[in-house]
Design a binder for this molecule. Sequence first.
Ligand code: PMP
Ligand code: GLU
Length: 397
Amino acid sequence: MEIIANRILNMEESATLKMANLAWDLKDQGKDVISLSLGEPDFDTPEFAKVAGIKAIEENFTHYPPVPGYKDVRQSICEKLKRDNNLDCTPDNIVISTGAKHSLMNICLALLNPGDEIILPAPYWVSYKAMADFAEAKVVEIKTDITTDFKLTPEVLDKHLNKDTKLFMFSNPCNPSGSVYTEGELRELALVFDNYPNCFIVSDEIYELINFQGKNFSIGTIESLKDRVITVNGVAKGFAMTGWRIGYIAAPVKIAKACVKLQGQFTSGANTIAQKATQAAVLKDPASLTDMKNIFEKRRDLMIELLCEIPGLKINKPMGAFYLFPDVSHFYGKSVEGETINDSDDLCMYLLRDGLVACTAGTAFGCPENIRISYANSDDQLREAVKRMKASFAKLV
Ligand code: PMP
Ligand code: GLU
């Protein structure tokens, strides 16, 4: 008899983490692998956040915290949301969790009944689909491609929404495409949502500080939608605090309470020390935090310039995050040494084996024509990675 439950057997392993693990394994074997697979800033946590964490230990913030998070930390998050996003919240709207991933899972489990419809514009972040599947929801994917910078138009959105659609979930800036919706584009989409009042919108803004076109616009500020947007954010990307594991939501009180109930049974409140470090991070004026963003922008330009030299690769210019999501379908059907590349999974495995470069297959993001390249790596490593990729692509005939 199978000991593992079907819900786990039926679950896909996280493609981002799987590829990262493969790269780590090869590195352990002494192979000179360049990892462009994991979405993680290659910077260290800023000093002010580390100091706040150390102070929290010294001041004995080491006991169980309230399930939704310390009230003063939630208050600081409200101040941040007002200052940066023009969102009006009170601590009752905020739930702090163990990473934005946990926040998103709370939302899916708290809101989706089996069979409920959730719309995911593709490319979507890998775990959205796994979470929705886990909640036994019906996932409706809306495919976009590189010709429209992977953005939805109001017409396409309207075609897929219906009166029973329960959730719409997207990231802006987007992982994996790096695309950023402008305020104007979001206002146009909002006019469509106005006709579907039962649909809640999950706006994952974890890359908000890595936006090269200006200040990120939060869809939750649009008057007609403000009571049905759940804004998700965290400190992993903007503050290089991936390991601290703190994410949070700003949601209508009823939804926040449901997430607290869920979290109260499964995980309790998030790590106390990391909460205090998060407080220091969110209170920091983002205007003083542009160094990392500027470096990412330069790397984006470098990578586009280098990758454009690979014939057959279709590439666009994303305005945020730290990913490129080129269309590599030109290479499908081509072979090397008797092995045919049929899809982005084959291609990523080939690039890893032949070029020792780890990228993530687009399949897991709902776009099998693409691969995701994270440029959160040094200029030298990026140059070397593209050199190797170019050589590997050239062998495919
Ligand atoms: N949302 C998106 C779009 C992401 O890329 C990630 C990756 N970390 C997360 C959520 C999860 O963030 P965290 O590390 O805070 O769990
Ligand atoms: N979010 C990052 C990524 O997309 C980290 C890995 C993960 O959490 O799945 O690569």
